[in-house]
Design a protein around this ligand. Structure first.
Ligand SMILES: *Cc1c(COP(=O)(O)O)cnc(C)c1O
Length: 524
């Protein structure tokens, strides 16, 4: 299997090159040459598979065995998911009559990104060790320096994915004092020698600007071989397809007596930001997993929900703009919400779906011709988004998008009400604010569902990770005790543990460069 860029070009990459490169040089995202189809006997053969077995079965459809053999893949996958606390890795929990929750937060940092990043770290290490083993004596070893900025919620998943990995070091910048205490402790109590937390006196935007400047500095980039682990990396999408398969088999076992999975429609509801989690479901469906619609649940950063309504993909909602004096109200920035991991202005992985929609509507006599035309169309759209801040796609494209997806936007107020509602319900369930966005959307969508539709809502974080919103939602609930009901044993005493942090007193790129250079020299 080879991969190519959504924006076209002749470049065809192996899986290894795709994973190590991340973003294509022409600005595109890598997608597989074709979407592999499930083997004929998948339903009977895979139905008793564990998460690890399913990972090997699904991933090997996308990775040539000459690149990673089945045995090597099994070893990598086993190592990646041994760090999860639940034997199912991503267990399916019944919530009520027609609704299930797929819990994706049983990994080391209590959030769904662990599913992908635990594997990504092991893939990096595997590829670099192999490359270095093939080098002649005296030849310089290949190393990777991963750099990223975090406002708190996702930095720890990257750190736990890469800690202790050979030939990889990771620098995560966070705004000093502006990260929640638990999230700061999660990151800075990792004391492995290849993990470097950098506390920058400044804002999250300062941190992000510094990271951007580092990547833009060609000489620095080449010397340190900078790498990113952001959500556009193909391996992350691929790793996430597995729990769609697992939950399909698990719902089969949990349905009421007399109901068969063949007769029902399974609708997945996914709290969405950068479209990575739900895109994995789209691939699973395209491979042949018989599932119904995929429902996008957004917070007030709702560019996706607006796209499905209007066919316009635009940073600023032009319907909400005052038309009297032509002045725009301040709708240009990202809105801060109670579900911060979904606070986005544009949705990076959405480009991959747009490519498939463009392909479906592309002219051309052959697959190759259609692909070229689809990439050209997409390239035009993405350039227009960059220059004009918006595009409107043809109606046929919007209709194709509506065939597989639904979308709903949920306010902060409803998010908190939903946390409270599910806490008070029987059985009681404590949802984190991201999961609550999904649950609220599921409730709205259910009103139009057929009687044989069952919903699976993806739960992306443990409630203890977003304690502020959860505590606010459950304030005054007589039966609620945060320490007893929510706080996991792993978080107890975390705040008192030894920390390892590098302080940077001004938000200046040269200071951060100095930090990275000094550590690189001491490792040389
Ligand atoms: C990253 C994240 C999301 C959004 O996932 P996407 O793949 O970006 O759509 C939702 N919830 C939590 C807790 C996350 O960390």
């Amino acid at each position: 299997m080879k991969y190519f860029s959504t924006r076209g070009g002749d470049q065809k990459l192996s899986f290894e090159e795709t994973v190590l490169t991340g973003l294509a040089p022409n600005g595109g995202l890598y997608i597989p040459e074709h979407i592999p189809q499930l083997p004929k006997d998948w339903k009977t053969k895979w139905n008793t598979y564990s998460f690890v077995d399913l990972s090997v079965a699904v991933l090997s459809l996308y990775i040539s065995s000459e690149e990673i053999s089945q045995e090597e893949l099994r070893t990598l996958v086993q190592k990646s998911y041994k760090t999860f606390r639940h034997p199912d890795v991503t267990p399916l929990v019944q919530l009520d009559n027609k609704r299930y929750i797929l819990e994706l937060f049983h990994g080391p940092t209590f959030a769904f990104k662990d599913v992908a990043l635990q594997l990504l770290g092991n893939l990096f290490e595997f590829f670099l060790l192999r490359r270095n083993a093939r080098k002649a004596a005296g030849e310089l070893e290949e190393k990777l320096t991963v750099v990223g900025a975090t406002s708190g919620d996702t930095g720890s998943a990257a750190i736990y994915g890469l800690r202790g990995k050979a030939n990889v070091s990771i620098f995560i910048l966070h705004p000093k004092g502006r990260v929640s205490p638990i999230q700061e402790a999660q990151m800075t109590t990792v004391t492995d020698s290849n993990v470097h937390n950098v506390a920058v006196k400044g804002t999250f935007d300062d941190c992000q600007d510094i990271v951007k400047s580092l990547f833009a500095d060609k000489a620095f980039n080449a010397e340190h071989r900078l790498g990113a682990v952001n959500s556009i990396n193909w391996a992350r999408i691929l790793a996430q397809t597995v729990y769609y398969f697992l939950s399909y088999f698990h719902i089969q076992k949990q349905l009421p007596v007399g109901v068969s999975v063949e007769e029902i429609e399974i609708q997945y509801v996914v709290p969405t930001g950068n479209f990575g989690d739900i895109l994995a479901g789209y691939y699973a469906k395209r491979m042949g997993l018989p599932i119904g619609k995929l429902a996008i649940a957004t917070n007030p950063n709702d560019i996706l929900a607006r796209f499905w309504k209007s066919g316009r993909y635009e940073k600023v909602d032009s319907d909400s703009l005052p038309t009297v004096d032509g002045q725009t109200t301040d709708t240009s920035g990202v809105k801060e919400t109670f579900s911060p991991a979904m606070d986005i202005l544009v949705s990076s992985n959405f480009e991959r779906l747009l490519w498939y929609l463009a392909y479906e509507n592309a002219a051309g006599a052959s697959d190759e011709e259609k692909k070229t035309n689809a990439s050209q169309t997409l390239d035009g759209w993405m350039n227009k988004v960059k220059t004009d801040g918006k595009i409107k796609v043809p109606i046929a494209v919007l209709e194709a998008a509506r065939r597989d997806f639904l979308a709903e936007r949920i306010s902060d107020e409803v998010t908190l009400e939903t946390i409270r509602g599910h806490f008070d319900a029987q059985p009681s369930y404590i949802a984190d604010p991201h999961t609550a966005v999904g649950l609220a959307a599921a409730g709205i969508i259910a009103a139009n569902n057929t009687p044989n539709t069952y919903q699976i809502v993806l739960s992306t974080a443990h409630p203890a990770k977003f304690s502020e919103a959860v505590s606010r939602a459950l304030e005054g609930a007589s039966k609620f005790d945060f320490d007893r009901d929510v706080l996991p044993a792993e978080f107890r005493g975390l705040l008192e543990k030894e920390r390892k942090v590098i302080q940077v007193d001004r938000p200046e790129v040269e200071l951060v460069k100095g930090v990275i250079e000094k550590i690189a020299r001491s490792n040389a």
